[in-house]
Design a protein around this ligand. Sequence first.
Ligand code: ADP
Length: 267
Amino acid sequence: MIIVKVGGSAGIDYDAVCADLAARWKAGERLVLVHGGSGETNRIAEALGHPPRFVTSPSGYTSRFTDRETLEIFEMVYCGKMNKGIVERLQRLGVNAVGLSGLDGRIFEGRHKDSVRAVENGKVKVLRGDHTGTVEKVNTELIELLLGAGYLPVLTPPAASYEGVAINVDGDRAAAALAVALKADALLLLSNVPGLLRAYPDESSLIREIPASNVEDYLEFAQDRMKKKVLGAAEAVQGGVKRVIFGDARAGQPVTAALEGAGTVVS
Ligand code: ADP
């Protein structure tokens, strides 16, 4: 079983990802796809007059402050445009894909964090009304049901809180939780960079291998949202996933290339 997470940043070639996935799926590989949609969400949110607000926690992690309106825009893009766009590509390629959010059937479930600590103008503030959280439980039964019946699951945030409220969760960490829960052999985190770069944005500074025992040591090279990927990778390998690969989704055969060791391999 392989979990493929494809991001939502500019430059990602979804046609290439879907073509590669479809070929592997038809060859009999068990796969689940998780996707993001951050770039498109930012664009649509601006167009709708509700621009994104990113906040940085005191420990240096950046996240999207998700008030109710932001959550609804987020759902429009992630569960609507992005999810159906990917499902349509796979359907055209002859793969019976089913697109679901983490809210559907509580595929991704976790605790709702209503407030977030953010550093603004050098001061720590508490912001309330945040619809975010972290995935703590995965409905593997539903995923297995779909896979067993021949459907390729295409999953996306949001998740469901324990109270049944939609919460924005990090897609990389959700994919990591899924990989652990499904006892996946590999987790691929595909984005618009060759992998984890030692000196971002210098693409020749690609880190080729990271030992599973000290993934956290590499957090220092990651800025912004890349930090979540490194954290997700650490959670996956600590949870028993044998290999996590940060790969490039901009062209070629992104899934196959990553599985063959292009990118940054954590093992
Ligand atoms: P996605 O939405 O595609 O999953 P993110 O935007 O969340 O991806 O994270 C990937 C981004 O992280 C890259 O596009 C890059 O701008 C940024 N980044 C920060 N530090 C690094 C690094 N050390 N190596 C690679 N990318 C990095």
